[in-house]
Design a protein around this ligand. Structure first.
Ligand SMILES: NC(=O)c1ccc[n+]([C@@H]2O[C@H](COP(=O)([O-])OP(=O)(O)OC[C@H]3O[C@@H](n4cnc5c(N)ncnc54)[C@H](O)[C@@H]3O)[C@@H](O)[C@H]2O)c1
Length: 361
């Protein structure tokens, strides 16, 4: 097949941005900004086709994907017109997807209470989905596992954008290895977000022998991801995941504040990060730096998903199964085996180059 057939679970802000990004790639003659690799495993971004979408929001289920990606409370900004896709958003299994503050602004569709793992598996088989991207709210521990299990059974590669453990769960790793299916996770990095900036700066300071004594990374935003994360019951996995990325960069992050730190509704899909690093340099001289990073949150995730969908399909073509360790540290905050930034980029680019080579041979 010359296409990457993609299913989405959770048609919120991240889904909106990646759908718009793929559409932009189809319309533009030249490569859109933010695309790192024009071709991965023989696939351009414009080769992605969305073939199914699962949701629980009663205002989105039943709508065409083109309409659902702009339905509130989704905060993603409309950057381009998308055509009618003829992909109707269907009910997925609710489980714990809307616990916490999301239950105040999203009403579940009645069918979402009846759908089970078997139904999702069957649907993925029917549409011959190569890849499923899981964009569920953080804290949806049970629901994420239902989609992951369905993917392993349907031989659909699973991309876990959430921090809920799947690539970090040995039971799931084995399930994907046994079924010969690629597994990518956990917790998507942003294209140029707080974690990537933080870990890159830590690597820079450490490469100069600077001893990092204190650091923090405070994040606020106004989309439903931040609304959900404002509830401590839902944000535990995100806190762990961010700390894990900092540990992998070579510091003891056990006491580091690196959070989601608040919901500020007027920011909408904009996220603001306040980052500080302090350290001791030559002769124990003090050094400190402070950065304020502001990004549009959801397009920032789409840059990484644009890579992940095509890498997952390339891995499937190459019969690679289980966690694809060479690409996960670059794409995710909490891969099973973390790496410093420069090494994760090298491993990722090597995997892409090898996939290209094997395609040609
Ligand atoms: N830059 C980023 O935005 C970024 C970066 C890294 C990771 N992530 C993670 O990606 C995930 C998605 O983020 P988002 O901003 O798109 O969130 P969102 O709140 O905009 O979208 C989540 C969607 O999932 C739906 N949903 C809830 N339960 C469901 C279920 N059981 N089945 C199907 N759909 C269900 C909700 O109705 C909502 O539409 C979050 O876990 C977030 O932490 C986002």
């Amino acid at each position: 097949m010359t296409k990457v057939r993609v299913a989405i679970a959770g048609v919120g802000s991240c889904a909106s941005s990646i759908v718009q990004f793929v559409e932009m790639a189809k319309e533009k003659m030249d490569t859109p900004s933010g695309v790192m690799h024009e071709v991965i495993g023989g696939y351009q971004l414009s080769d992605v086709e969305f073939v199914a979408a699962f949701e629980v929001d009663q205002n989105k289920v039943g709508k065409d994907l083109s309409e659902a990606i702009l339905t509130k409370p989704t905060a993603a900004i409309k950057h381009i017109e998308v055509p009618f896709f003829q992909v109707s958003v269907e009910a997925g299994p609710l489980c714990d997807g809307l616990e916490g503050d999301l239950s105040n602004c999203i009403q579940p569709h009645e069918d979402s209470l009846k759908i089970n793992t078997h139904d999702v598996t069957q649907r993925l088989k029917d549409v011959q989905a190569d890849v499923l991207v899981c964009f569920l709210p953080t804290g949806s521990f049970e629901a994420v596992r239902v989609y992951a299990e369905a993917c392993a059974h349907a031989h659909t590669a699973f991309i876990n954008a959430t921090p809920e453990p799947v690539a970090n769960d040995p039971e799931f790793v084995k399930m994907f290895e046994d079924s010969g299916t690629p597994l990518l996770g956990d917790d998507l990095r942003s294209h140029l977000g707080a974690t990537t900036l933080h870990t890159a700066l830590i690597e820079l300071l450490k490469s100069r022998g600077i001893d990092i004594t204190n650091t923090y990374q405070l994040n606020v935003g106004g989309n439903t991801d931040f609304l959900n994360l404002a509830n401590p019951m839902r944000s535990t996995s995100k806190q762990k995941s961010k700390r894990k990325a900092l540990f992998a960069s070579g510091i003891d992050a056990s006491e580091v504040a690196a959070g989601p730190n608040g919901y500020v509704s007027y920011l909408g899909d904009h996220k603001v990060c306040f980052l500080r690093l302090e350290g001791n340099s030559v002769l124990d001289s003090e050094i400190s730096l402070e950065i304020r990073l502001q990004v549009e949150d959801s397009p920032n995730s789409a840059g990484v998903i644009a890579n992940a969908m095509r890498v997952a399909k390339a891995a499937k073509d190459l019969n690679h199964s289980g966690v694809i360790h060479d690409v996960c540290p670059f794409l995710f905050k909490s891969p099973p085996i973390g790496q410093v930034d420069s090494e994760s980029l090298r491993l990722f680019n090597d995997y892409v180059a090898n996939a290209e080579l094997k395609k040609v041979l």
